[in-house]
Design a protein around this ligand. Structure first.
Ligand code: CMC
Length: 443
């Protein structure tokens, strides 16, 4: 017999049985279908019970086979593979294939996939005219969101979201063109000529070339930095139903084209509570300035003056496994680029915070953004580019979740309910009568 929950409505004394549904693991994600509550009514004509859950704190908005997180134990897996193994042994494009297709590619599939992504990196020359129209100090995330949205005007067939060939093409295009748009946005901001993609380089190597190449001679990325960027990209591919993925699914659920939906997801990612946090971490470490000022800063956080950026997570209530990988990687990168005083401040901040009851009792640990910014900065990326560096790999996760949503027979256009708390019906009065009516109301 299926598991059920018995509910008693104390308003009517009636008893209801609602089913309990499960995912892969019975101990994670056991849920009751919210629709089952609608049968519970105080009077025969009322609407039925809703679930009230601001910010989706305890609501599963979908079933998904892409990513598994156990926030209590600090576990992250893409399609069943532990993030640590993928970060150590795989490449970004291989993991992108896995996340999108559900299985790791064989050698031939990987060669095809790599070929297609590599051969869709160029952007229409007109896009450069948009770029040139942005003010010199435009934030690159704003440029990225706008130019990704603009791509939909070049590829009108992208609207056919249920056409497999059209969908596949837009997936190649989005994954391939994102680094090009991102690097062009950066080059525009520093007034340097755009560097075109180099098909001879790896995905992260080509991005480094488009960002930093200075002369016409061939560019050879430093292998340690190229690998570091590859790992950073792998770690950022997906993170189940976070704010920007929820935006991607929500916007995509109206069957708009994927460029428009990815632009919305980029906008969501930009906020300081999401992908903008690594930018804030660097600013915070700069503001602290030295190791000895860490205790004073932590005290101010505890007084509620501001939050410790790069700390805390809605899902992880232990060390974020991505932060663990990045902490170790920061040392390797800094060996190549030279030491960073910010890393020393960060390590001290983490040490003091993790010994402090404020952080321990709230289960606040470093998240992925705590160390990523230090690595990006050491590699030469300006702070404004940090959220852009998050958006490039997360595009893969957004697309995987978007496809999954399109083919989920239980999904429809996303349309939450609300609990109305406004005025009861009232009658329109002309402006001359309104003042008098308000006076009477107050009296
Ligand atoms: N510094 C100090 N106190 C904090 C912090 C922090 N970073 N994060 C949470 N708290 C406190 C919060 O004040 C609250 O305390 P109290 O119970 O006394 O009111 C308690 O911890 C629970 O916080 P919450 O706001 O209910 O937690 P949430 O799940 O809504 O927020 C979060 C999650 C990530 C938005 C939050 O931890 C935060 O603002 N962190 C800083 C920003 C950050 O690093 N964001 C990156 C997230 S990871 C990458 C990504 O997904 O984009």
């Amino acid at each position: 017999m299926a598991d059920t929950l018995t509910l008693i409505d104390n308003r009517t004394g009636k008893q209801y049985e609602v089913p309990i549904v499960y995912g892969t693991y019975p101990e994670y994600g056991a849920a009751i279908p919210a629709q089952a509550l609608r049968q519970i009514k105080a009077t025969p004509n009322d609407f039925g019970l809703l679930c009230y859950d601001p910010a989706f704190l305890n609501t599963a908005s979908c079933k998904s086979a892409v990513t598994f997180i156990d926030g209590e134990r600090g576990i992250l897996r893409y399609r069943g593979y532990p993030i640590e193994q993928l970060a150590e042994r795989s490449t970004f494009l291989e993991v992108a294939y896995l996340v999108l297709h559900g299985e790791l590619p064989d050698a031939e599939q990987l060669a095809d996939w790599t070929w297609y992504i590599t051969h869709h990196t160029l952007i229409h020359e007109s896009i450069k005219k948009f770029m040139d129209g942005f003010h010199y100090d435009a934030h690159p995330m704003g440029i990225l969101a706008s130019t990704v949205a603009a791509l939909s005007t070049f590829y009108p067939e992208a609207r056919n979201v249920y056409d497999p060939a059209a969908r596949r093409k837009q997936i190649y295009r989005l994954i391939a063109k994102m680094p090009t748009l991102a690097a062009f946005a950066y080059r525009h901001s520093i007034g340097m000529r755009y560097i075109y993609p180099d098909n001879g380089l790896s995905y992260p190597g080509n991005f480094l070339s488009m960002m930093f190449r200075m002369s016409d001679e061939s560019y050879e990325p430093n292998p340690v930095l190229e690998r570091a960027l590859e790992v950073l990209f792998i770690l950022h591919i997906d993170h189940e139903q976070n704010c920007s993925t929820n935006a991607m699914r929500g916007v995509g659920s109206s069957h708009t084209d994927p460029f428009a939906a990815v632009a919305a997801a980029i906008a969501a990612l930009w906020g300081p509570l999401h992908g903008g946090a690594n930018e804030q971490v660097l600013r915070m470490l700069g503001e602290i300035g030295s190791r000895k000022r860490v205790p004073e800063y932590v005290d101010r956080v505890k007084k509620g003056e501001f939050r410790l950026m790069g700390f805390g997570h809605r899902v992880y209530k232990s060390y974020d496994p991505r932060a663990r990988i990045l902490k170790a990687m920061a040392d390797q990168v800094l060996e190549v680029t030279g030491r960073s005083p910010l890393l020393e401040i960060a390590v001290e901040l983490e040490r003091i915070a993790l010994e402090d009851d404020y952080f321990v009792s709230r289960k606040l640990y470093p998240n992925v953004d705590f160390y990523s910014g230090i690595i990006y900065q050491a590699m030469g990326f300006p702070v404004d580019m940090f959220p852009v560096l998050f958006a490039i790999p997360r595009t893969v996760g957004w697309l995987a979740q978007w496809q999954e949503m399109l083919f989920d027979s239980e999904q429809k256009i996303a349309r939450p309910r609300q609990i109305y708390t406004g005025a009861d019906e009232r009658t329109y009065l002309s402006p001359e009568l309104r003042g008098e009516a308000q006076r009477l109301q107050r009296a």
